[in-house]
Design a protein around this ligand. Structure first.
Ligand SMILES: *Cc1c(COP(=O)(O)O)cnc(C)c1O
Ligand SMILES: *[C@@H]1O[C@H](CO)[C@@H](O)[C@H](O)[C@H]1NC(C)=O
Ligand SMILES: *[C@@H]1O[C@H](CO)[C@@H](O)[C@H](O)[C@H]1NC(C)=O
Ligand SMILES: *[C@@H]1O[C@H](CO)[C@@H](O)[C@H](O)[C@H]1NC(C)=O
Length: 568
């Protein structure tokens, strides 16, 4: 890209010089201008000593050189982004702005703090670890007084996604598995050979489920984010091997934030490709146009988190093959629905290793695999790719240190629980649950399509759907109204929308019906009198979308994170 601009600039310059040179009056004018310039500088230097002139000249040259190198530096950020960041940086230094931002931050802190502390129900707050241990009975008593985590919402099924429990049986089974493998650590496979075997089996099963060939392989990880980050690092290193200084990843706008997190951690450039506003799928044409020689991987999601409409993997694969780059399919959210869709009677476009060009897949066992939180798999089309995920330290006095994923020591209990959960269901069990979840989602979506004032976005593929408001309905007001009725939905932005992720809990009797009737009632009410924009998600997102300097929004989020680590 930069080379093209340089060429254009140089050609224009050459044409300009040619034109001037050929015309007599223009040439005379040019000489006059040059003479004037000379006079101008001579006047400037008039009465100065030579050393002064030299110092000024040197200073100006240095400044110009550093400006040029700043403009043309190799960086993951584009020039435009860097100019914007620099301007915002200086604006923030203006005293008036500084005071204003600080005020707003304090306000946000107070508001957030109030709502946060309300949620802590425990009576006892300990500022430090007590010297004496607390007796078991007292401990358990204290836990009783806290109540179960999220208890108020679990049974009712009011939470979008987030928790994927599905039966009392499974809870019992995993509690027992945990008890047996509580102290295991797969960092030492020789000490815990059974855990090693279980992990190998889980990975193999997943390769088969996603139709990987004999060469396909993978590892378990701690979650979707880690699966994605590890895969992105693999492609980065392939880029390095090809001599690319800043490997670029090309992701749909709707791809999970874990991809930009990976780029941030591993110093890669991200190009986000817009989505088709009607289908909510990535615009593959735009994706192809945006591909550069630095691109190492393109991404598609089945489905993406925001609107739940699977990207067209076959089309993306055509682009990937044509340009010789990797294709990562993010099945974190819906992977363990997607692989059972056909068996459950729902046709779905090919998205797995059967599609020529797909080189890696991430899928979360801790979502629709119904395994405990902290588990996921990352799969590769071949060993060569997985090798790049490994880390080996050969020169450590602590020994030869080899690890496949980010963590060193890790909980074998999670691997055992994943193994046990998958066996507990078997393919048939998963197909059954997939039927329930997708049926419920499709029913809800069909009902919502009849409600005037809101629209379902695109054609949701499996369990996630998003609704967008209209001139009559501010969608965040709907979110806040639903929250008052016990529904914990997800607010989306760019554009403002609301999303619901249907889980097995939502398929319980009456939950979906209640959801639809609550949406209906809230919409009718909001069409008569709009909600308040000074509180709740309407305030949060209304305020945040108005802020041009996204760094300020990020700092607001820091306040939120700080509060998460505040005990009192
Ligand atoms: C949940 C999710 C991920 C990964 O998130 P984790 O919270 O780290 O498991 C990635 N992609 C999509 C589409 C997801 O929904
Ligand atoms: C430059 O301009 C000065 C007057 O401003 C004039 O005396 C001189 O002759 C000019 N030199 C040329 C080369 O045109
Ligand atoms: C979720 O788990 C809890 C505790 O095991 C159980 O009581 C509840 O019925 C489960 N929810 C569903 C939908 O099965
Ligand atoms: C990538 O590089 C090759 C060879 O150097 C060149 O032919 C091709 O046009 C480049 N493609 C892009 C998109 O820049």
């Amino acid at each position: 890209m930069r080379r093209t601009w340089k060429l254009v600039f140089l050609s224009l310059l050459a044409v300009g010089v040619g034109v001037v040179w050929r015309s007599e009056p223009a040439r005379a004018q040019l000489f006059r201008e040059l003479n004037n310039t000379r006079e101008f500088f001579n006047d400037l230097a008039e009465g100065r000593e030579p050393w002064q002139v030299m110092c000024v000249a040197a200073g100006v040259t240095l400044m110009a050189a550093s400006l040029v190198s700043w403009i043309f530096q190799d960086d993951v950020d584009s020039l435009g982004t860097r100019i914007k960041k620099t301007i915002f940086h200086w604006v923030r230094k203006i005293p008036f702005v500084k005071v204003k931002v600080k005020e707003e931050m304090e306000k946000a802190k107070e508001g957030l703090g109030k709502s946060f502390m309300k949620e802590i129900r425990g009576e006892v707050v300990r500022a430090e670890l007590p010297a004496e241990g607390v007796a078991r009975a007292e401990l358990l008593g204290e836990l009783d007084s806290l109540g179960k985590d999220g208890e108020k919402d679990w049974g009712k099924g009011g939470v979008s996604g987030g928790l994927y429990n599905c039966s009392e049986d499974l809870t019992d089974l995993n509690t027992e598995v945990y008890r047996r493998f509580l102290w295991s650590n797969p960092l030492h496979p020789a000490v815990f050979p059974n855990i090693r075997k279980m992990e190998a089996e889980v990975v193999r099963w997943c390769c088969r489920l996603f139709n990987g060939g004999a060469e396909s392989c993978g590892t378990m990880t701690s979650g979707g984010t880690e699966s994605i980050m590890l895969a992105m690092r693999v492609y980065r290193d392939i880029g390095y091997e090809r001599g690319i200084k800043f490997p670029e990843i090309m992701i749909p706008l709707t791809a999970h934030a874990a991809f930009t997190k990976a780029a941030d951690y591993y110093r890669m450039k991200v190009t986000r490709v817009k989505m088709d506003p009607l289908t909510c799928q990535v615009d593959v044409g735009a994706m192809e146009r945006a591909i550069s020689n630095n691109t190492v991987v393109v991404v598609g999601s089945v489905p993406p988190f925001p609107h739940g409409v699977a990207d067209p993997i076959q089309e993306i694969a055509r682009v990937a093959r044509k340009h010789g780059v990797g294709l990562h399919v993010d099945c974190c959210l819906g992977g363990f629905l997607a692989v059972f869709m056909e068996k459950a009677g729902f046709p779905i476009d090919p998205f797995d290793f059967r599609v020529d060009g797909v080189t890696s897949i991430s899928a979360d066992t801790h979502k629709y695999g119904y395994c405990p939180k902290g588990t996921s798999v990352v799969l590769y089309a071949n060993q060569e790719l997985r090798h790049r995920q490994y880390f080996v330290e050969t020169n450590w006095p602590g020994g030869l240190y080899a690890s496949a994923i980010t963590a060193g020591s890790r909980p074998g209990s999670l691997i055992a629980a994943t193994w046990a959960t998958m066996l507990h269901f078997g393919v048939d069990g998963y197909v059954e649950l997939t039927k329930k979840v997708v049926d419920t989602t499709r029913w809800i979506v069909s009902q919502l399509r009849n409600i005037p004032g809101i629209h379902v976005m695109g054609n949701p593929t499996m369990s996630v759907f998003a609704i967008i408001g209209s001139e009559e309905i501010n969608i965040y007001h709907l979110n806040d109204a639903m929250a008052k009725r016990g529904w914990s939905l997800n607010a989306l932005q760019l554009p403002p929308a609301l999303h619901m992720c249907v889980t097995v809990v939502t398929t319980k009797e009456g939950v979906a019906e209640k959801f639809v009737s609550d949406v209906k009632e809230c919409v009718v009410k909001l069409r008569k009198e709009p909600g308040s924009s000074t509180e709740g998600s309407a305030f949060m997102y209304g305020a945040s979308q108005a802020v041009v300097d996204r760094r300020i929004v990020a700092e607001m989020a820091w306040i939120f994170l700080d509060l998460c680590y505040t005990s009192k």
